[in-house]
Design a protein around this ligand. Structure first.
Ligand code: ATP
Length: 587
């Protein structure tokens, strides 16, 4: 298959502002792709060459990409940098410079997908002292054979920014249509993805073996499972009502979620976003080695920073010091961690994901030997409001965020990759809607004036509509940013700038700058109101109105642990709005 076919499809996808059209274009591309390389095309379309849990990345810094472009186009690096100041996009600049060079050369070998993939793969594997030079020459070699349009997408892919914003869920839709025989098979295809986290492999098996192949997907140590997520409610009454009067209430620890995969002595840790974060936590690995009794297991835990002097729990933000490549030994001493185990998904040959939670918890207790720094999440079985409320206060007292209330019913399976009502979080801040924080996606920005000239005056923020896989605007936020935040924002957002509203963003407001939905920030809102201009949950409360968050303030937290699809959902905002109404009525 020629890479130009992919580049043409990308160009069309990039130009559309309609979500369904985007899926159709993807269906078309997947149908035209030979089955043997469909996995590769799926990875490439997401700007990757492997699933997230594989530690290899193409990893080309912009500086390095500029050097390769200079080689391939025969232009000076300074000229390229100058042009990039205007375009803000290495893809556009490459397209232009390669086009100008094309007019001078005649011979060109058409690029195949295989060739592009293999070269990117070689780049990802380049290591050691000569790695930089190897990467530059491999990339320059590709550019030499690329058409201007191909150069644009190759350069965006290698610098980690394809800007197409195609979500996993969109690819699953497209796969079910193209190879699953229609939308009815969507659920099975999604389950395969949820337990393997490997979209490329799902695509390949589906294309080659059909839905029968998809049914054979199994939970395997070494392949992370997409995490189960919780809904939220703000009173013990409602929680108990939802969970049929009884639940296991656990402390909701304020740390980083970890999915540990153990195979003998070998242990790998995956983050909430399923990236391999083993290097950040050698101490946690050692703890698991000593305290997990099973030979093979997939267990989940919250990894919490603790005060080295007092042993008390520290807030999530302290774990940020662990996100580093070098000096991890020192960081481990300064910011030690404890593990609080809360689920068992697989133990010694047995897939537990379809077992009810009480069974999984029993297994967890059997395979974890508790110690000072490894504990099973503290819990009670709560059957009445008083018990739940008391345990909640105890959790807050002990430095936790609140409680995770989990269903004990027969159907309380591990819902991989889904946010559902089998787990309900009960956090302190929901007690008063006025101090609730939400995680919103930055989808646009407005130019600043006066003191803020040259940076952004405000950001256009959106909630995630998980049903339709789109982002709906909910507020414009300009407060809470420090001078430092403001200075770095345009630089930080630069790589996500696109020329028009993204097809997955619904907005009636025209932003000055549009972004691919990627970056999530935490915002504190004062209240939620009906709004004629915001699209969040439009028509769900009143015809013609959406919901808006008033007086938003950035809390200072960039939620780098969250993908855009992990942002607060529109239905959560609706819930919060209804809660707020109720409260006003009661007061
Ligand atoms: P938040 O930002 O509120 O942590 P989230 O979107 O990251 O939410 P949710 O599923 O809504 O994730 O909330 C559950 C999160 O709480 C888990 O991802 C996990 O990291 C953390 N957590 C802490 N203690 C527990 C526990 N006992 N059981 C399950 N999750 C827990």
């Amino acid at each position: 298959m020629l890479y130009s076919e992919i580049a043409d499809a990308y160009e069309k996808i990039e130009a559309t502002t309609k979500r369904l059209e985007m899926t159709d274009l993807l269906v078309d591309l997947l149908k035209r792709t030979p089955k043997e390389i469909i996995d590769k095309v799926v990875y490439l379309t997401q700007g990757k060459i492997y699933p997230d849990f594989v530690k290899l990345e193409i990893g080309v810094a912009e500086r390095l990409a500029i050097k390769a472009l200079a080689h391939a186009s025969g232009r000076r690096e300074s000229e390229i940098e100058e042009d990039m100041k205007k375009s803000g996009d290495i893809g556009e600049t490459s397209q232009k410079f390669i086009a100008q060079k094309r007019q001078l050369t005649f011979f060109q070998k058409p690029l195949t997908v295989q060739k592009v993939y293999e070269t990117l793969d070689k780049m990802a594997h380049a290591s050691g002292s000569g790695a930089v030079d190897t990467k530059i020459s491999l990339l320059a070699g590709l550019l030499a054979d690329a058409t201007p349009k191909e150069a644009k997408y190759i350069m965006r892919a290698v610098t980690g920014n394809l800007r197409l914003g195609i979500a996993d869920m969109t690819v699953l839709d497209a796969l079910a249509i193209a190879y699953g025989g229609g939308k009815e098979t969507r659920e099975l295809v999604e389950r395969a993805y949820n337990i393997s986290s490997d979209l490329g492999r799902v695509a390949k098996v589906l294309a080659e073996e059909g839905i029968e192949g998809i049914k054979k997907f199994k939970v395997v140590v070494g392949e992370p499972i997409r995490p189960m997520l919780a809904e939220r409610l703000s009173s013990p009454e409602e929680i108990l009502e939802k969970l049929s009067g009884k639940c296991i209430a656990e402390y909701k620890y304020d740390g980083e979620r970890i999915q540990a995969h153990k195979k003998g002595e070998e242990i790998t840790l995956y983050s909430r976003r399923l990236e391999d974060i083993s290097d950040q936590y050698p101490d946690a690995i050692e703890l698991l080695r000593r305290h997990v009794l099973a030979k093979e297991a997939i267990l989940e835990a919250e990894c919490v920073a603790i005060d080295p002097d007092t042993g008390e729990m520290r807030p999530f933000q302290e774990l940020m010091h662990r996100r580093r490549k070098y000096g991890i030994e020192k960081a481990m001493e300064e910011y030690p961690v404890s593990l609080f185990m809360f689920d068992a998904l697989y133990v010694d040959g047995k897939d537990l994901t379809l077992e009810p939670y009480p069974v999984r918890r029993r297994v967890l207790k059997n395979v974890v030997r508790e110690g000072e720094r490894v504990k099973i999440a503290k819990s009670v079985i709560a059957g009445n409001i008083k018990e739940l409320e008391n345990f909640f206060l105890e959790a807050i007292e002990d430095g936790c965020e609140g409680l995770m209330c989990k269903s004990v019913n027969e159907d309380s399976v591990y819902q991989a990759g889904a946010r559902g009502w089998l787990w309900i979080k009960y956090k302190r801040d929901y007690k008063s809607e006025m101090t609730d924080t939400v995680d919103l996606v930055v989808v646009g920005a407005f130019h600043g004036r006066g003191k803020r000239a040259g940076t952004y005056g405000a950001l256009l923020l959106a909630a995630y509509n998980s049903e339709n896989d789109i982002f709906e605007t909910v507020t414009k936020c300009g407060t809470g940013f420090t001078d430092e935040d403001l200075a770095k924002l345009p630089e930080m957002m630069k790589k996500h700038v696109i020329s028009h509203r993204h097809p997955r963003v619904h907005s009636l407001i025209e932003a000055d700058v549009w972004f691919e939905p990627k970056v999530v920030i935490e915002v504190l809102g004062a209240e939620i109101t009906l709004s004629p201009i915001h699209t969040c949950a439009v028509n769900s409360i009143r015809q013609g109105s959406g919901l808006a968050i008033r007086f938003p303030r950035f809390t200072g937290n960039f939620r780098i642990d969250k993908a855009a699809e992990d942002a607060t959902t529109t239905s959560e905002i609706v819930e919060m709005y209804q809660k707020q109404l109720k409260k006003i009525a009661e007061s």
